[in-house]
Design a protein around this ligand. Sequence first.
Ligand SMILES: Cc1cc2nc3c(=O)[nH]c(=O)nc-3n(C[C@H](O)[C@H](O)[C@H](O)COP(=O)(O)OP(=O)(O)OC[C@H]3O[C@@H](n4cnc5c(N)ncnc54)[C@H](O)[C@@H]3O)c2cc1C
Length: 445
Amino acid sequence: MGRRLRVAVVGSGPAGLFCAQILTEDTEHDVAVDVFERLPTPFGLVRYGVAPDHQKIKSIVAQLAEVFDSHRVRFLGNVSVGADVTLDELRAHYDAVVLASGAPLDRPLGVPGEDLTGVLAARNFVSWYSGHPDASFDTAVLAAERALVVGVGNVALDVARMLVRTPEELRRTDVPEHVVEALAGHAVREVLVVGRRGPQFAKFTNKELLELAEVESADLVVAPEDLTLSETEQARVAAQPAAKRLLASLQKIADREPRGRDRRIRLLFDRTPVAFLGDTTVTAARLARTSDPTVVEQVDAGLVLPAVGYRSTPLQGAPFDDAAGTIPHRDSRVLDRDGHLSGLYVVGWAKRGPSGVIGTNRLCASETAASVLADAATLPDPGRTPAAIDALLASRGVPVVDWTRWQLIEAAEARLGADRGRERVKLHDRADMLTAAGVRTSAGS
Ligand SMILES: Cc1cc2nc3c(=O)[nH]c(=O)nc-3n(C[C@H](O)[C@H](O)[C@H](O)COP(=O)(O)OP(=O)(O)OC[C@H]3O[C@@H](n4cnc5c(N)ncnc54)[C@H](O)[C@@H]3O)c2cc1C
């Protein structure tokens, strides 16, 4: 075992934490990891993306948190790399820096009318109901009677499901109280979920579809004619077990009698939104048949939520592939035009783009960790130590939320839940989080 390798990980989502875990569990190298996170809270999209009614999936946080049991892993929350400390400064203090900053931006649809009020990337809605401190979502748009969700992935189904959940169901989750109240009083009666291609290309999983079909508060409706496939397509589907299962479930749903619920979710396929209409606020959408663009229908909708993917954002000091929306790399080693940048690595959605489930990031992290460890012997000693970074942050007055302080935030959320007869209620205001963490007084200092 050579000298201790000091690694900074930027981002505490699953990719960053899996990477920290794999690095520090390696038996041939002595590795210590500092995890920098711009929010006061860890876990990235597991906390701020995975739907609140998917508590079983969210329970992965217990596993992710275990990495901080090791004295060789530190959490430096509330530190934004690029704002509070530069990437160059990190590179000057650590042997290696792993970028695990995710994909926090929206992919635009490129449809006229996309800038109307009421057309909002699904991310805004997801961030708001998840209690993200930077969420901006004007609840006035919930006065719409019909919402249109563009996209047929799991996120589209999450969003549709959250729009029809009852207050009782929401109170079983950890969503902030103001979210429960806004969703309890909203007017949305029908949610259209629109896919560009045929049902055989739907990206949502059968499990998510069946869950949506079982939601008590809404009828799920699929038009049988939307499921008619050509012979070629039928043969293609027959050869693909996942698509075959999905089609069979859709067919069962299409055959069901509606249960007469006062809310309804309709899945529409082979429809491409070609325009959103309205003066300043969206009132309708024009949908063209993808298979025959001369057939166009207009549907009223006062809320449009495109759920067509996320994209990464440039991190100051790191190269960025604008077309792919990711950080360029070879074998997880970050590349600029002249080749790879010594000691700089990437993992997770920042590396692969926004695809794959939480577990996909573990495999991705093992590849990144393997590259870091393979380079270990040749990485130049930065000379400075992480203690100097602590001093630098302190000199800048950055209130760092370490792991113990994050646990104070968690405890405050549990107390808030107990006060309201709920298991846990998320804090959504950054100042409240910092107060709970004890790094800011309630007077704001
Ligand atoms: C709406 C939604 C629902 C999903 N539901 C599921 C699901 O049910 N099941 C499932 O398996 N997967 C689900 N996923 C996918 C899963 O969340 C991702 O695969 C995973 O979170 C990606 O991990 P990551 O670490 O690359 O990115 P993220 O989880 O986004 O983590 C990135 C972290 O980096 C931090 N960061 C960014 N920039 C900086 C900076 N400059 N300085 C410091 N920190 C920074 C961010 O604050 C964030 O905490 C869902 C995704 C979305 C968007």
